[in-house]
Design a protein around this ligand. Structure first.
Ligand code: NCD
Length: 307
């Protein structure tokens, strides 16, 4: 459990998340340069593409005075020779103090944690979870809105393969009074396991294919990319049928509350028109920048170096 490993949203409580957000706020006001020793090294091991997650973890470590070692494209490492992620992590954990791993197979981060000598952060295990992104999303909501409690949140786009929305839905369930709208075409609907977890947590949710009808009610519109790379085998042609499901434009914003937030984990590939960027409600770039203080908080907590 966090701070030993951050593999899933199940690894932290609401209190631990709120403490982390306070720490991230503190780091924004008082940059924590020198909090880590030069020989405290964060390792990043990515078997799938990444820009924000990897770079914000690395920037976070460097801005605290620590070091970074990285395998930015692990598929170009000994994986090519057939090495498993478990072996790669076992070796790498002898070179660094914390490992951030992204891998296409569900459960791979947990497998990595079994052989690692150091804490593991799951930066995405296939289509299942991306817990540090959920923390960053919630931190952003708290910062922009003042509180998470009571928010009406629409998760929109690829709710089947999108690991960010799985983690975010499960994490939102830790706060009271949340209502979640799950907006996706039928073939990209939310997995049953996530729906069951929301039910078990007593979260009010509604599934719909129509974004327009809920726009006036929501506080947060969280848009996601249709995860093209996850359409495999006989499902591959289905991508074409859903790729244009979501298109947020100035027109969409007209129907929304004046103080609503438009978020996206990025990268976007056409879900949000460029004209939306200039609207004060469009906060996805600030959201991405929050990745540095929030991940400084994660690293500091996991390395027990919070002050
Ligand atoms: C997401 C991911 O990798 O799951 N990106 C991110 O970490 N910000 C979203 C995506 O790739 O669509």
């Amino acid at each position: 459990m966090f701070p030993n490993n951050l593999l899933s949203v199940a690894d932290f409580s609401r209190k631990q998340a709120e403490d982390l957000f306070d720490l991230a706020d503190h780091f924004e006001k008082h940059p924590p340069m020198g909090l880590l020793d030069r020989d405290q090294i964060v390792g990043t091991l990515f078997y799938e593409a990444s820009t924000r997650t990897r770079l914000s973890f690395e920037a976070a470590a460097l801005k605290m005075g620590g070091g970074v070692i990285s395998v930015p494209d692990a598929n170009d490492s000994s994986a090519k020779k057939g090495e498993t992620v478990a072996d790669a992590v076992r070796v790498m954990s002898g070179y660094c103090d914390l490992i951030v791993v992204r891998h296409p197979i569900v459960g791979s981060a947990a497998e990595a944690a079994r052989t690692s000598l150091v804490p593991i952060v799951n930066a995405g295990d296939g289509d299942r979870e991306h817990p540090s992104q959920a923390l960053l999303d919630l931190y952003t909501i708290r910062k922009e809105r003042g509180e998470i409690e009571g928010a009406q949140v629409a998760l929109v786009g690829d709710l089947r393969f999108g690991r960010t929305v799985h983690s975010l839905a499960l994490a939102l369930a830790l706060w009271p009074g949340i209502k979640i709208y799950l907006v996706a075409p039928a073939i990209l609907a939310t997995p049953t396991a996530v729906l069951e977890a929301l039910q078990a947590a007593g979260v009010e949710y509604r599934q719909t294919e129509c974004l327009e009808e809920i726009l006036p009610d929501i506080d947060v519109l969280y848009a996601t990319r249709i995860q093209k790379e996850r359409f495999k085998g006989e499902e591959e042609p289905l991508y074409e049928t859903v790729k244009d499901f979501l298109r947020i434009t100035g027109q969409t914003l007209k129907a929304m509350k004046k103080d609503a937030l438009v978020m996206h984990p990025l990268p976007r590939v056409g879900e949000i028109a460029l004209e939306v960027d200039d609207d004060p409600r469009a906060i996805y770039f600030r959201q991405a920048w929050n990745g540095v203080p929030l991940r400084q908080g994660i690293i500091a907590t996991m390395l027990n170096r919070t002050s």
